[in-house]
Ligand binder design. Sequence first.
Ligand SMILES: [Zn+2]
Length: 171
Amino acid sequence: MGAYVCSNCGAEARVVTARKYQFRETPLKRVYLCGIHLIKCDKCKNVDPIIPELDDLLSSLAHAVTNKRSRLKGDEIRFLRKYVGKTQAQFARILELDPTTISKYENDDDVPGAQTDRLIRLVAIGLGVTGNASKNWMADTVGQFENIEDVPRASPLEYESKTGEVQYAGR
Ligand SMILES: [Zn+2]
């Protein structure tokens, strides 16, 4: 097996499989990568995760969020807005809302109405996904609309490295 080198101290490091690794590189508060590999250094205790293909991961996260079966939480709205590369002001114009309203949603100081929640999901797909993927994804998401519980639930997202799928935990 090829030697892995610690990015911190340069010592030879070993690869271990992580049962659950918390991924903090998105606005989403709780994302866990299950079964990914970590490069672990015994000398300085540094840990470097081997992150799966980032674009695919973000797209899988966005898919799970737009198909969530309860109302969106603030961190999920912020994630979708950033996924489509919009500022709060730009997002507010698209949704015909005041920018401070978007900010309140994202900080859980206010909750979007049921229809605004659904519109945010569709805007994210419309601007973030292209080609046939967009059509299938849109149909998937709208197909779930009648199952959306009328409460915002803070549920962790889990990425399973064996399948590449992302799901809300506890479903
Ligand atoms: Zn080290």
